[in-house]
Design a protein around this ligand. Structure first.
Ligand SMILES: O=C(O)c1ccccc1NCC(=O)[C@H](O)[C@H](O)COP(=O)(O)O
Length: 224
């Protein structure tokens, strides 16, 4: 089974679409410059509407303890997603301070970016392997760009991981087959405009990911 995270939900209709499609994670974005930004109070209202089984993830970028304190006090959360330049030490600190699972995002553009994944896999609960933001981009993520999936084909890490970066309903199956990912994350690829989620694209994305899951091999039967 492929677990899908839809990131940057802003409305109740978004949460309903994500739940109806059968996604596993709902991401709320607390980076103020993002078109997907929600306030802690807005995220609380949305999170309270999420059905049991839909994990609520807070995406933050180099967040201070003050911001994290507010989020954890305000929003019923299941996971923190650290999408900035957080060091392995900071990841460990956040984990210990809040007692929530932490997913660390690692940007990949080339072979030289793979070592950091190993460093973080010792401390994070999950890893999110995303495309590195293009030079000069305002957003550290959510830019709709992919990296060369062959860079991580067949690689394994110590922790569960997700693939992200430029995924769409049209390419997610190929991305899963090439990388062996069992979890995928998307923001812009299921939108009709920046920050505007599209329920049909969300459903198509989750369906395409599910169809790409490796099929269980039939049991071997001894010929008589
Ligand atoms: O989506 C944003 O606006 C954003 C802003 C700041 C940091 C991260 C952001 N998005 C991160 C995500 O979780 C995305 O799902 C991931 O980067 C992939 O984005 P996309 O290529 O648009 O699917």
């Amino acid at each position: 089974m492929i677990r899908v995270k839809i990131c940057g939900l802003k409305t109740l209709a978004d949460v309903q679409a994500v739940a109806a499609a059968g996604a596993a994670y709902a991401g709320f974005n607390f980076f103020p410059k993002s078109p997907r930004y929600v306030t802690p109070a807005q995220a609380r209202e949305l999170a309270l509407e999420a059905p049991v089984g839909l994990a609520k993830v807070a995406l933050v970028v180099d967040a201070t303890d003050d911001l994290l304190d507010t989020l954890v006090e305000t929003v019923p959360l299941d996971m923190l997603q650290l999408h900035g330049h957080e060091s392995p030490e900071r990841v460990a600190e956040v984990r210990a301070r809040y007692g929530l699972p932490v997913m660390k995002v690692l940007g990949v553009a080339g072979e030289e970016d793979l070592a950091q994944i190993l460093d973080h896999s010792v401390v994070a609960d999950q890893l999110l392997i995303d495309a590195k933001a293009p030079k000069g981009a305002v957003l550290p993520g959510g830019n709709g760009v992919s990296f060369d999936w062959r860079l991580i084909a067949g690689r394994r890490w110590l922790r569960p991981w997700m693939l992200a970066g430029g995924l769409t309903p049209d390419n997610v199956a190929e991305a899963i087959r090439l990388t062996g990912a069992s979890q995928v994350d998307v923001a812009s690829g299921v939108e009709s405009a920046p920050g505007q989620k599209d329920a049909l694209r969300i459903a198509a994305f989750v369906r395409a990911a599910a169809e790409a899951a490796p099929k269980p091999k039939p049991a071997f039967v001894m010929p008589s």
